[in-house]
Design a protein around this ligand. Structure first.
Ligand code: SF4
Length: 287
């Protein structure tokens, strides 16, 4: 069962979010400001920021906070980014140390303006975090690097434990939702990662008008390329100019997808309305 949306209505009762406050929340907030870092938690208006930051976790966003792409679902600012900040990898590494993270999650904006699309900066960031945090596992949520295997290889060689690349939605809706990324290219990115032996992870958002058959097809496509971990969450429009929610998927339907995903062979499926790709990522890596 789903709830169809007409205009901008109140959120259903199951979309309750924790208020962003508390001692741990403030600590993370201050640390991010002090180290001049960006997080997708704030740039993406993530509904879990209260919960995650209170647990002392956050997802760092490297290569600035301006993205060269203009996806219809994403709250990150689009435009002409600044030159990469050479000190950022060190500051990320230091923040991971101060936060005593057992599992660090890092993502980035798309940098189609850079000759290497940001791949070398990605690799350097991973190496810096590893060098300063020997016990910390690293998960990276990467862009598609335009499907260029040699660039994805640079990230793999830096040695993260998990590499995630989101499909975001079903194949039919991809051209409407994502500005430049292509469904088949994203699958090839995940195939390349999985073939290298690194844990491959991906995620989609629901409520954009997809059917159950299409969602199950994404699962089959991901399993076929070796993806092991999948996240499924409810899409929420960052603003009124972004693509609007077509429907709210019920918690029961999310649970159904979780069960089916496990039957299809995923090692871990995180599926519930507030799930985002980095939500409880530390639990996925333990599993
Ligand atoms: S789910 Fe991810 S992006 Fe959202 S607050 Fe938690 S760590 Fe940040």
């Amino acid at each position: 069962m789903t709830i169809e949306m007409k205009g901008r209505e109140r959120l259903p009762r199951w979309m309750k979010m924790q208020m962003p406050k508390g001692e741990s929340y403030s600590k993370v907030k201050n640390l991010v400001a002090e180290h001049q870092l960006h997080t997708i938690c704030t740039s993406g208006n993530c509904p879990n920021i209260g919960e995650c930051w209170n647990r002392g976790t956050a997802t760092f966003m490297i290569l600035g906070d301006i993205c060269t792409r203009n996806c219809k679902f994403c709250g990150v600012t689009t435009g002409k980014p600044f030159a990469p900040d050479a000190e950022e990898p060190k500051r990320i590494a230091e923040s991971v140390r101060v936060m005593q993270l057992k599992h660090a999650v890092i993502t980035s904006v798309d940098r189609d303006d850079l000759p290497d699309l940001g791949a070398n900066f990605w690799a350097e960031t991973i190496r810096e975090v590893k060098q300063l945090n020997h016990e910390t596992s690293i998960e990276v949520l990467i862009p598609d690097f335009q499907g260029k295997a040699e660039l994805i290889q640079k990230v793999i060689e830096a040695g993260p434990e998990v590499i995630s690349h989101n499909m975001e939605t079903v194949e039919r809706l991809t051209p409407q939702i994502r500005s430049a990324a292509k469904y088949r290219t994203s699958l090839e990115v995940i195939r390349f990662v999985a073939a290298s032996g690194v844990v491959a992870k991906s995620g989609i958002m629901l409520g954009l008008g997809e059917t159950e058959t299409e969602v199950l097809q994404v699962m089959d496509d991901l399993r076929a390329v070796g993806c092991k971990v999948m996240t499924i969450g409810q899409y929420l429009a960052p603003t009124l100019v972004h693509i609007q929610v077509k429907e709210y998927i019920t918690p029961e339907q999310f649970e159904r997808y979780r069960t089916i995903g496990l039957e299809k062979g995923f090692s871990y499926v995180e599926s519930s309305p507030l799930v985002r790709s980095s939500y409880r990522a530390d639990a996925h890596v333990k599993a």
